[in-house]
Structures are given as structure tokens and as C-alpha cells.
Design a protein around this ligand. Sequence first.
Ligand code: BG6
Length: 369
Amino acid sequence: DKGGWSSFMAKEINEQPDAVENTVRGRISETGVEIPELTELGDERLRGIERIIIIACGTASYAGQVAAYAIEQWARIPVEVQLSHEFRYRDPVLSDRTMVISVSQSGETMDTLMAVKYAIERGVTTVSVCNTQSATIPRESDAAVYTHAGPEVAVASTKAFIAQITALYLIGLHLGRVRGTLSDEVSAQAVAQFEELPAKVREAVDTHEQIAQLAHWMADTRSVLFLGRHVGFPVALEGALKLKEIAYIHAEGFAAGELKHGPIALIDHGQPVFVLVPSPRTSPLMHSKVVSNIQEIRARGARVIAVVEKGDTAVLPFADDVIRLPLADAFFEPLLQVVPLQWFALELSTVKGLDVDQPRNLAKSVTVE
Ligand code: BG6
């Protein structure tokens, strides 16, 4: 049941405030974050972890890339993200002090399942972030931290992505508390961000009308680029993936700092570029760098669509379109920024007359390697 929406994807984008709220529920309190499934692993084991490898495919891997920044910051453990199907072919350096966190909406993706099995054979601690109760991957893993986004039907993942970042952040905060690397102040700040998040995600969902207009004007677009920095970089990758998946448009995401090392050669007159602009309040240095990037591409003819926090006027002289989002701490920006990018892919797919929920050549859950 699409609940009155034109597609499951539209319905699921709209359900994102609930996906966040339900994933956080029961896991935060005044004393910070506690995930019972991690507590069961034993604090001694968690204190001994020296390295975290997040394994996933597609959208789930971008959720991992976003969260890697936050987990490192909060738990002071080196975190890397590897694609499941690449992981075991590199003969990874693993030990009983390694934690492998798999991220999978379905919990059945064969590439990820095989990687988890490989990790189990090598004696590492395995944690599954999964949206499907009792799926194979969480059953095989030492601990399952479920995302509570509700069933996701559209092939292109939306609410699961937001819920995955949420769950991974909670894991980072739990680890930081147990390991003593997280101050009470930072913990309380993160908890407060989570409490305010559903209402902010709702505001991000409300950009729909504006984005629909934009997609309407851009119906003939053949290539779209996305730029982001820090946690905005994986958001750029996710925005590009969404467009490929459901609008069949060539799209690429870049780290904004990498622009001058190659991708800027792609910029030609009229080239649309979405730029995820970090907050000038929380990240003034990154903000000014990204504004410079915008000036550079604009001078070369790019059509700039800037995604900014409300009140950021620095980009106004250089942007063709400005999408405004509520204020949030740096780590929480991706959970808002991704929403207009999801709408953009959906609306471009729609104006092109494509099947939003069932894109060609793709399956919701890929159970072959
Ligand atoms: C792909 C889907 O095949 O699998 C993507 O098309 C998804 O949307 C990826 O992100 C991973 O799926 P899962 O279930 O492991 O999160």
C-alpha cells in the first residue's frame, strides 16, 4: 500500500522522520547511549577493539562512509569502509581485536553475507546493522543492531540509509562511552541532536515542491555532478547513485577538494553541479573552502545547485538554486542533505516517465555473488 503516494519511494522518503525516531527509541537516555545488544558482548571485549571495518554494498556502504567519521571521532578507533565483495579478496589484516560491522537493509545480500562469514572464520567480532528482523546476516553475527525503518519496498534505498547512519552513530556513541573516549558533554550534545532530528528531517522532506520544480526544468539533463566535503562526500556519492539507479542519468560524486585534481575538467557551460555546503557556524574552514569550489566551477559555466543551512548567505551570489535545510551539528548534516537529493532522483525519474520503484536491471535484494 503506497498510502496515497505515487510510489513506494515517495512514501518511504516521507517516512524518514519516523525511521530516525524508531531507530533511536530505547537506546538513548540522559546518561547517554546504550545499545543492549552491544552490552551483551561485554565491555571488556569492546574496550579491546583496535580496528573497525565496515562492510556493505551500494547505499549501505555510503551510510558506512558517513558514519566512519563520527565513530572515529567518538570512539577513537580507526574505522575503514570496504565494499563487501572486495573485502575478502585483499586478505585483510584481522585479529580478535578487530570488529567488522556489516550494514545491509535486507540482511540477505550475498556479497555481504559471504564477507561476514569470512570475518567469522577469522575470529573477529561481528556486528550486523540490518533492517530485516531475523535475516541471515544478523543471525550469523555476534550482535545485531536493528534499524527500525520499517519495510522498504522501493529498490532505491532511502529511509534505510538514514536509519543505518543513525544506528551506526549510536554504535559509535556506545563504544565511546564504554571506552571512555567520549566526554559527557559531547555525548549529551549528540543525544540532543537525535531528539531534534525527526522534526528537522521533516523539514528536509518538505523541500519536495522546490525540488520537483527543479527536476521539471532539468528534464533533459544528461549528466549531473555532486560535490561534498568530509561527511558531505559520501552524501555526494549517494546522490549520484540515486540518479543512476532510478533516472538512468550519468552522475558522479566527488570530494570537493579533489576537484582541482581532475574532475574540474568536466565542468562545461550548463553542467549541473549539486554542492553540499557545510555549515559556516560549525565548520567555518570547510565552509569557506567549499564556497571557493563553488566560485571555481561557476566561473567555468557550471549550473550550481547549493544545498546549504538556513541563513548561509555566502553562496547566494554564485548559486543558481539554493536549497535550505535546518541547522544541525556537522555529523548530523548528512541526514538532512540526502533528502533533497532523493527527491531529485525521484522527480527526474518521474518526468522521464520511468518506473521509480522498479528500475531496470536492479533487484531490491541481490542474493547472488
Ligand atoms: C543493491 C540495491 O543491489 O543492494 C541497493 O540496489 C542497495 O539499493 C544494495 O543499497 C545493498 O543492499 P542491502 O540490502 O545489503 O542493504
